[in-house]
Design a protein around this ligand. Structure first.
Ligand code: 5GP
Length: 262
């Protein structure tokens, strides 16, 4: 499919016009940023992995009735998606306390939460994506009451489903961020999941070792970033197509020679 003109460039993705009306092409870049753009790098192959992982997750969510913008993956780095009016709120769901929550509230890192915690952040890099309350969202008319209700119901279902899916491959879903958008058909309350769900937008820890398999490897200079993402793709069983990504070196046990007592 031939790409049209660039409509928007974000930190990790570019949106291009598509030949089909009401659809756009979402391109996954290898760029990684953290701490409000203060830390930047190119991680070779990250875009390819996020494209595949997000495709897999959004297709699985579609199968359980969570409407989303994905139409189909077009190639290694691109997806055809529905054109949406993106809501300027980042929705965060947390199952285990870490990251900005622990810094903000002094909660001990790794505390398992009794219930999923939802946080809302204004999507504005120049302000550092500040946390806002549902009241702010209503007063400033970023969303209606019924839209907040729909999104809340959706993200709790997404959390339930993804927690189960990841648990099955020995991964803890610690937290994640999602975005929603309004379809441009203009039907009332037609609000669907947008953006991506990938190790860039989730915290994923190995169930046994708590090893980080997500963007925290970049944020915290842990190394082996791409190997973490590959490990997620491998466990999801979606890493069989040929790709220009280096083979996994990450979690292979080292061979240990055991001397037998004579
Ligand atoms: P925290 O608020 O602890 O930094 O992040 C909570 C969760 O939301 C993490 O899984 C993190 O990856 C995700 N998240 C929050 N803000 C952003 C963002 O601006 N971009 C991306 N890619 N993920 C985010």
């Amino acid at each position: 499919m031939k790409k049209g003109k660039k409509l928007y460039e974000g930190k990790a993705k570019i949106i291009y016009a598509s030949p089909e009306k009401n659809f756009v092409i979402q391109h996954f870049k290898d760029d990684a940023t953290a701490f409000n753009n203060q830390k930047k790098s190119i991680i070779e192959g990250k875009g390819i992995l996020n494209n595949r992982i997000s495709e897999h997750i959004l297709n699985s969510l579609n199968q359980i009735g969570i409407k989303n913008h994905l139409v189909k993956r077009l190639n290694m780095r691109e997806q055809l998606v529905k054109q949406l009016e993106i809501i300027p709120i980042e929705f965060i769901v947390r199952n285990i306390a870490t990251g900005s929550l622990t810094k903000r509230l002094g909660i001990e890192d790794g505390t398992v939460l009794d219930e999923p915690l939802i946080e809302y952040c204004l999507k504005d890099d120049s302000l550092g994506d500040p946390i806002v309350s549902p009241e702010h969202i209503l007063v400033f008319k970023w969303m209606s009451k019924s839209e907040i209700k729909i999104v809340k119901k959706n993200i709790l279902r997404i959390n339930d489903f993804l927690q189960g899916m990841f648990r099955g491959i020995n991964i803890k879903l610690v937290d994640f961020k999602v975005e929603f958008g309004r379809t441009i058909s203009g039907a009332k309350d037609d609000i669907i999941l947008a953006d991506e769900i990938s190790p860039d937008t989730c915290r994923l820890w190995d169930s046994l070792t708590d090893k980080k398999l997500d963007k925290d490897r970049f944020r915290k200079d842990l190394g082996n970033i791409i190997e973490g993402y590959q490990e997620v793709a491998r466990r999801l069983d979606i890493l069989h197509e040929q790709s220009n990504i280096r083979p996994i070196k990450f979690s292979k046990p080292t061979a240990v020679k055991i001397k037998k007592n004579k």
